[in-house]
Design a protein around this ligand. Structure first.
Ligand code: FES
Length: 588
């Protein structure tokens, strides 16, 4: 068997390529068939490149090219790369939602890592769900792993105005509905805003997850903010490939990096960035795969001492390209270093503190100081109360300050279709101080917890100049969206949470400072309504296949919406490929 040339450890890949028998013959033949000489791979760390490239995921469409630069680094460091595809989840095309398939992708990634003849893996991701899905799979498989995202898009530019995807598509959509711009104006924005390779370039979910992964120590310093179109992302890719070989040589696994302290750092980054509410769910799920339970309360606890210092849309002013020029995530972390666990190990082999020491800031308005922040507390707040006993979330940094404490009359929609059908009805009984409530969009009922929580303002109110209202649902919201929007209400309405019994005309109180969300009816009336409510625990639309498995095993938002049976990891040593080969090797 081949050994690790540095540590004399037996490489995992040698189980496939190192034996002089029928199995070894066929494994080697599988590479020689592709034109590789035995010298190219024999005895070398084999690095998988898990590629979520897809033409159906525009944010990841350039990853195929980026993989070639990863390979350069792998070769340069004495390794051998094997690129393979994974499921890819794009926000724009996938039905019913990309979130519906996140766990499926995580299973794909986990089993490919476990099943292939690799010693370590580079995870190529970008669009919203692809990064958490890859992190979840890699944490469960626990083979040396490193993430490389495709980076953010360059700033949009439309008629001389800088635009961020998709914060400004939503803002101008409201203007279109209000009649202040024309359809031709709006159409001409499409190519102007999405003008270069990469993911959405506001501090939406993709940018948040990239920043979080860098903070966790699972990507190289600088990994999050380099634009997808910048040649320095190719250099980053090469260095990522080189580092993957190094991780194998040193035997460093995700379980060495993904500690409770590292997750606290990641939560701090999320809060300091005014990042996406979706990241709460994804971080909880990734931590769950690493055997760490994150309680929702942890986000509030750390929020109290974490100022928002990243001045990016949708809560602030700038875009990811500006963050890159200002010094990137390293600089953010350097400025907030007093709040971090600096001894956490990272993929560089150094601690987080060593990685960020000396990181410079070139624009104090993009990366603000903790002493002069955008907000003195973190950008997200977890709410609880009679309407959300298991929690709800508001991104108050992107909300209207005057609505942070508000009581209003509920205007209720039973599901997203009901909302779509009635929201612009001129006869809808609604006024600016009312609270829009939507049910039926949670993890089970959605299904897949659609990003439908950005409830549109009724057209007749838009025309009167109203641009924000309190809106409440069990849905998620795109990280690029904004407004006084309460999300992730749990338990969701479909499984009988209090949201299911809210009626038109009830009053609801949102109090962000007190972290409360309450339905203002007596306990006895709430119990009476809940008892009378027929409950369907599973989504009735699925009778077979993945959908059925999803409906039976999906957990609620506070548990990360992972499948109950996927929580935790399986040490890779327990994989079964060797015994199954011996029992009957498949030669095709
Ligand atoms: Fe992919 Fe926004 S659509 S990150």
């Amino acid at each position: 068997m081949a050994t690790d040339h540095k540590n004399d450890k037996i490489l995992r890949s040698s189980e496939w390529f190192g034996t002089r028998d029928l199995e070894g013959f066929l494994h080697r033949a599988g590479l020689k068939n592709q034109g590789w000489s035995e010298e190219s791979f024999s005895g070398k760390p084999v690095i998988g490149i898990a590629n979520s490239w897809s033409e159906a995921t525009h944010c990841n469409a350039h990853l195929r090219g980026l993989a070639e630069h990863v390979k350069r680094g792998v070769f340069a460091a004495g390794g051998f790369p094997i690129e393979f595809p994974t499921i890819s989840l794009g926000e724009f095309f996938l039905s019913p939602t990309s979130m519906f398939c996140r766990n499926l992708m995580s299973m794909d990634v986990e089993e490919m890592i476990r099943g292939l003849p690799i010693d370590g893996v580079v995870l190529l991701s970008g669009c919203d769900k692809t990064t958490p899905a890859m992190m979840m799979g890699a944490a469960s498989a626990d083979l040396p792993a490193i993430v490389l995202t495709g980076g953010p898009q360059l700033k949009g530019n439309w008629k001389g105005e800088e635009l961020g995807s998709c914060t400004d598509c939503r803002r101008y959509w409201s203007e279109l509905r209000a009649g202040t711009i024309t359809q031709d104006d709006y159409d001409s924005m499409e190519a102007a805003i999405y003008r270069s390779p990469g993911h959405c370039m506001v501090m939406g979910t993709a940018s948040t997850m990239g920043s979080i992964v860098e903070t966790l120590g699972m990507s190289l310093p600088g990994g999050a903010a380099v634009p997808g179109a910048d040649s320095r992302r190719k250099i980053l890719a090469e260095n990522t490939g080189r580092t993957a070989v190094d991780l194998v040589n040193k035997g460093v696994r995700p379980s060495d990096i993904l500690t409770r302290e590292a997750f606290d750092n990641a939560i701090r980054m999320l809060l300091a960035a005014g990042g996406s509410t979706n990241a709460i769910i994804h971080l909880t799920a990734i931590a769950g795969r690493a055997g760490i339970k994150i309680d929702l309360q942890r986000f509030n606890d750390l929020s109290e001492t974490t100022p928002v210092i990243v001045n990016l849309k949708p809560g602030g002013k700038y875009l990811m390209e500006d963050l890159f020029y200002a010094g990137g995530v390293e600089s953010v972390l350097n400025k907030m270093s007093a709040l971090l666990n600096k001894n956490c190990l990272t993929v560089t082999g150094k601690t987080l503190g060593e990685n960020i020491a000396g990181a410079e800031c070139h624009n104090d308005d993009v990366i603000m100081s903790p002493e002069n922040p955008l907000s003195t507390e973190g950008g997200l707040t977890v709410l609880k109360g009679s309407l959300a006993p298991d929690g709800a979330v508001i991104k108050h940094i992107a909300a209207s300050p005057e609505l942070m404490k508000h009581t209003g009359r509920a205007v209720v929609f039973e599901n997203p279709i009901d909302l779509k059908n009635r929201i612009d009805d001129p006869n809808l009984d609604v006024d600016k101080d009312d609270i829009l409530v939507m049910k039926g969009a949670g993890p089970v009922g959605g299904p897949g917890m659609p990003e439908a929580g950005f409830l549109p303002i009724p057209k007749k109110l838009l025309e009167r100049g109203v641009r924000d209202m309190v809106r409440i649902s069990d849905a998620r919201m795109s990280g690029t969206a904004f407004g006084t929007i309460v999300l992730h209400v749990s338990p969701e309405s479909h499984i009988g949470g209090p949201l299911s019994v809210v009626q038109d005309g009830d009053t609801i109180t949102l109090d962000v400072e007190s972290k409360r969300l309450d339905l203002n009816i007596d306990d006895s009336e709430l119990r009476r309504r809940l008892a009378a409510m027929p409950v369907t625990a599973e989504f009735a639309g699925f009778t077979r296949g993945y959908g059925k498995m999803y409906a039976q095993h999906i957990t609620q938002a506070q548990d990360g919406c992972d499948f109950d049976f996927l929580v935790g990891n399986t040490p890779v040593e327990t994989h079964v490929e060797k015994s199954s080969h011996e029992a009957g090797f498949n030669t095709g």
